[in-house]
Design a protein around this ligand. Structure first.
Ligand SMILES: Cc1cc2nc3c(=O)[nH]c(=O)nc-3n(C[C@H](O)[C@H](O)[C@H](O)COP(=O)(O)OP(=O)(O)OC[C@H]3O[C@@H](n4cnc5c(N)ncnc54)[C@H](O)[C@@H]3O)c2cc1C
Ligand code: FES
Length: 285
């Protein structure tokens, strides 16, 4: 597809170029570096996002950046953004309080193929902040639980203090159809759970490759290499893997070329690509 291709049909044309001001209705610290912002569009309109899509978030004087929508579309009226503080804009977003406003454009990108997951076991592999877009996938599955079979979530973090949505994870673990396993790279005092990188959780779960698994995966690029190798070893086809890529973005709508990999724009052709597509794209992971 050409990098100058037209935006997708699911992108509302009036939100493509001009940020719309949204109001923060709730702000909550999740970890020492992550903050959850619940925001509302004017008139409490629904955003209409799909799990895995992102919005371009802007603040005057600080700039604009892509942030995944981390709430499920099944949630009405408001949506949530999980922001990790890494620089100027994300630092300023952390200082915002309920009642204050920020700009958004979107939702943009393709999102995860939820229909492919229906009636099948879903394996979700997340590393660190990668759980943010996948929380939207997980909560969509939980809201329409009977449409899906087993839900297996493997979630890795460097340390226990980095784990996102810890309370919500405990609630996910109460449904016997869900297997939610956590691991940390470096154990700290008080951590009695699994230790090791996320791939060391694979032997802990039963996976039935041919007819069950559609994999949704988000995390640091280094994680992708090892997880993809492990999944292939288990016999999971590349077509059954769905990975979300992170690239620096400007326009978010396929015009500027900032996010280009080969002949793909991550902002409109992705950010979610199948494992087979990723293998054909040089420099993707
Ligand atoms: C599709 C997509 C979805 C995203 N979803 C989220 C999300 O849900 N929550 C969240 O906190 N962040 C998310 N990000 C990353 C977020 O956009 C960046 O952290 C943000 O641009 C940083 O802006 P800043 O001005 O605070 O930092 P800057 O001052 O611009 O950068 C701070 C540091 O982060 C690095 N950096 C910035 N952007 C990126 C990037 N895209 N890839 C790799 N390194 C980068 C810089 O090199 C620098 O070292 C997402 C990115 C993409 C592409
Ligand atoms: S083409 Fe501009 S950000 Fe993707």
């Amino acid at each position: 597809m050409s990098p100058l291709s037209q935006p997708r049909a699911n992108q509302p044309s009036d939100l493509l170029y001009v940020p719309e001001m949204v109001r923060i209705v709730r702000a909550k610290s999740l970890t020492w570096q992550d903050r959850l912002l619940e925001v509302e569009l004017p008139g409490a309109r629904q955003l209409g996002q799909k799990p895995g899509q992102f919005v371009q978030v802007s603040l005057f004087g600080f700039g604009e950046a892509p942030i995944s929508v981390c709430s499920s579309p099944t949630r009405a009226k408001t949506f949530e953004l999980c922001v990790r503080r890494v620089g100027g804009l994300t630092g300023a977003l952390h200082r915002l309080k309920p009642g204050e406003r920020l700009g958004i454009r979107g939702p943009f990108g393709n999102g995860f193929p939820m229909h492919d997951m229906e009636g099948r076991d879903c394996l979700v592999v997340a590393g660190g902040i990668g759980l943010a877009p996948l929380r939207s996938v997980i909560n969509t599955i939980l809201a329409e639980r009977d449409d899906y079979r087993r839900l297996v979530v493997l979630y890795g973090n460097r340390r226990a203090e980095d784990i996102l949505f810890a309370e919500e994870i405990k609630a996910w673990q109460t449904d016997r159809r869900n297997e939610i396993l956590l691991t940390v790279d470096e154990p700290t005092p008080g951590w009695s759970g699994h230790v090791g990188v996320v791939t060391t959780l694979f032997p802990e779960v039963e996976i039935d490759p041919p007819n069950t698994v559609v994999v949704a995966m988000v995390g640091p690029p280094v994680m992708y290499r090892f997880v993809v190798l492990e999944l292939k070893r288990l016999g999971i086809a590349e077509e059954q893997m769905h990975l979300s890529l992170e690239r620096r973005m400007k326009c978010g709508i396929g015009k500027c070329g900032h996010c280009q990999i080969d002949n793909h724009c991550v902002c409109i052709d992705g950010p979610v690509f199948s494992g087979a597509e990723i293998m054909r794209m040089h420099e993707s992971i």
